[in-house]
Design a protein around this ligand. Structure first.
Ligand SMILES: [Zn+2]
Length: 231
C-alpha cells in the first residue's frame, strides 16, 4: 500500500476515534444535565404535593370552625327550648337547620381526611423519587471528573499523533482531506468484502490489485480514498 494511504488510514482512524470520544464527552454532559433537570422536576413535584396537603389541612380547619359554629348555634337553640324562652318553633327550626349543616360538614370533613391520607402517600412517594433522583445525580457527578479526564486524555494523545502523521501528508492530499472534513464527511473508505464501505460500490479486482501494489486509486463512485484490506 502507498505510504500516503497508510497515513490517510491512520489519520482517518484517529479522527473517527476522536469523534467517538467527543460524542462520549457530550453524552456525559447531557446525562449530567438530564440528571439535574430530573432533580429539579422531582423537587417541584414534592413542593406541589406539600402545597396540596397544606390546602387540604386549611380546608379542614375552615370546616372545623364552621362545625364549631353550627354546634354552638344548635346549643343556643336547645337552651332556648329547655328554658322555654323565645319562639319554640323558631328554635326547633334552628336545631334542625344546624343538624343538617353539622351532618354536611362532618361528611365533608371525612372526605377531606380520606383525601389527606392519599395526599400524604403521594407526598411520600414524591419524596422517595426525589431521593432517587438526587442519588443518581450524585453518582454521575462523582464519576464525571474521572470519566471526563480519561476521555480528554485519550483525545489529546490521539490529537498529538494525528498532528505528526498529518504533517507528513502531501499538501494536495491534505487539502482534499480537509475539504471532505469541512463537509462533515469521512474522506477515507475501506474495501470490505470487495466493496467500498462508504458507498457500497463493488471494487474491481484490478482496482484492488492496484491499491495493494501501491497506487493511490480513490473509489470510482464516491471518490473517497480507498484502503485495501490488510493481508
Ligand atoms: Zn465509495
Amino acid at each position: 500500500m502507498h505510504e500516503d494511504l497508510e497515513r490517510l488510514d491512520r489519520v482517518d482512524r484517529l479522527d473517527r476515534e476522536m469523534a467517538d470520544r467527543q460524542r462520549k464527552l457530550e453524552t456525559l454532559e447531557r446525562k449530567l444535565g438530564e440528571a439535574g433537570a430530573a432533580v429539579t422536576a422531582a423537587e417541584q413535584e414534592v413542593a406541589q404535593r406539600e402545597a396540596s396537603l397544606t390546602e387540604n389541612r386549611d380546608e379542614q380547619r375552615v370546616l372545623q370552625r364552621k362545625l364549631s359554629d353550627y354546634r354552638n348555634n344548635r346549643s343556643s337553640a336547645v337552651r332556648l327550648l329547655e328554658t322555654g324562652q323565645g319562639d319554640p318553633e323558631a328554635a326547633e327550626r334552628q336545631v334542625q337547620r344546624c343538624d343538617a349543616l353539622i351532618d354536611e360538614a362532618e361528611t365533608a370533613l371525612l372526605e377531606l381526611l380520606e383525601a389527606q391520607d392519599e395526599r400524604e402517600a403521594a407526598k411520600e412517594a414524591s419524596e422517595q423519587s426525589l431521593q432517587q433522583a438526587r442519588a443518581h445525580q450524585q453518582a454521575l457527578a462523582d464519576a464525571a471528573p474521572t470519566e471526563r479526564a480519561a476521555l480528554e486524555e485519550e483525545r489529546s494523545t490521539m490529537a498529538a499523533e494525528r498532528t505528526s502523521v498529518y504533517a507528513q501528508l502531501p499538501r494536495e492530499i491534505v487539502s482534499r482531506y480537509d475539504h471532505w472534513q469541512s463537509r462533515q464527511k469521512w474522506a477515507v473508505a475501506r474495501v470490505v468484502d470487495g466493496t467500498c464501505d462508504a458507498c457500497q460500490m463493488d471494487v474491481a479486482a484490478q482496482h484492488l490489485a492496484d491499491l495493494k501494489r501501491g497506487l493511490v486509486a480513490p473509489c470510482r463512485r464516491c471518490h473517497r480514498w480507498l484502503i485495501p484490506p490488510r493481508a
